[in-house]
Design a protein around this ligand. Structure first.
Ligand code: C5P
Length: 309
């Protein structure tokens, strides 16, 4: 009997403004999160003993102490009446330290999948509280799709419909520390600028040459100063056929937005020898879709957990 695969999709930030530092040390943001088809895959298997066991195709993650999936597991164990154990096989593809939210997405899927598989029935509001304790962009992954985010990133409103563009993700071998980026960002400079409380993508195709003006990321100034190779990637994307190019979150990933698959693939070839690249499409995968997926598999009498039940 095989365990169900659960995809955990990456995100990019389509515009990101930092509005100011808060009393709790975090920063208020104004951003659009877009979920994209680049994904990790998680497989859960129930264990007899109440333990958390992790295996991963990137050994440094399995060996590196408690990760966000284990934190998510522990939160749900506390919410449960019976001792529960799980063996998690994590197949990573999303680069880490890259501004793509890979760890946050894995944690969100762990919350959602175990809530379903263990039939805990925690309400969305409780899952949202737990998600925010795990990290500022974890709540977004409970919804997925395309959302405007404010506060730490947890005040979310869905933007419909999903944009139709192709996204070329270029992930150089650079890991940027998010807390370093927040500590050094010069957010004062952009406070007066127009807020991105719009959908950067709500442009008609014939207006899409203006997309670049809308996709501004406040982190670029400080991160590009330290890693000039990232600025060069953005320039290369823009001199290709990208409608817009930007860093995602605090980096190091830089993405380009393309109208057609062909244009994206052409530009992808320019980077292929030097950097990891991924061609992706916007996707919608949150609590609603994951719950439906588990129910439809249960209806087909495939249990969500693998062998070892
Ligand atoms: O919430 P998360 O664990 O992802 O945050 C990582 C780092 O980024 C923390 O050091 C936090 O202080 C900083 N951060 C911030 N404001 C946010 C999100 C994160 O200052 N809105």
């Amino acid at each position: 009997m095989k365990a169900l695969p659960f995809p955990a999709y990456a995100k990019i930030n389509v515009g990101l403004r930092i509005l100011g530092r808060r009393e709790d040390g975090y920063h208020n943001l104004d951003t659009n999160f877009l979920q994209i088809s680049l994904h990790d895959t998680l497989f859960f298997e129930r264990t007899a003993a109440p333990v958390f066991e992790l295996s991963c195709n990137w050994p440094e993650l399995a060996a590196g102490g408690a990760n966000l999936c284990e934190h998510a597991y522990r939160m749900l164990v506390e919410a449960s009446v019976q001792p529960l154990g799980v063996r998690l096989r994590l197949e990573k593809r999303i680069p880490t330290g890259a501004g793509l939210g890979g760890g946050s997405s894995d944690a969100a899927v762990t919350l959602l999948a175990l809530n379903q598989l263990w039939q805990l029935d925690l309400p969305v509001s409780r899952l949202e509280e737990l998600a925010l304790q795990l990290g500022s962009d974890v709540p977004f992954f409970l919804r997925g799709g395309y959302c405007h985010g404010q506060g730490r990133g947890e005040i979310l409103s869905t933007i419909d419909p999903l944009p139709e563009y192709w996204i070329l993700v270029v992930a150089p071998p650079v890991s940027v520390s998010t807390s370093w980026a927040y500590q050094n960002v010069k957010f004062g400079l952009t406070n007066g600028q127009k807020s991105s409380t719009f959908s950067a993508f709500k442009l008609k195709i014939n207006e899409s040459s203006h997309l670049g003006e809308r996709v501004h990321n406040d982190f670029e100034a400080i991160v590009f100063e330290r890693y000039p190779e990232l600025a060069a990637i953005k320039q290369q994307l823009l001199s290709g056929k990208a409608l817009a190019a930007s860093m995602s979150g605090s980096g190091s990933t830089v993405y380009g937005v393309f109208e057609t698959q062909e244009a994206a693939q052409q530009t992808q070839r320019l980077f292929q020898d030097q950097h990891k690249t991924f061609l992706a499409r916007p996707v919608q995968w949150g609590k609603r879709e994951l719950d439906q997926y588990v129910s439809s598999c249960a209806a087909d009498s495939q249990p969500g957990f693998g062998a070892g039940l």
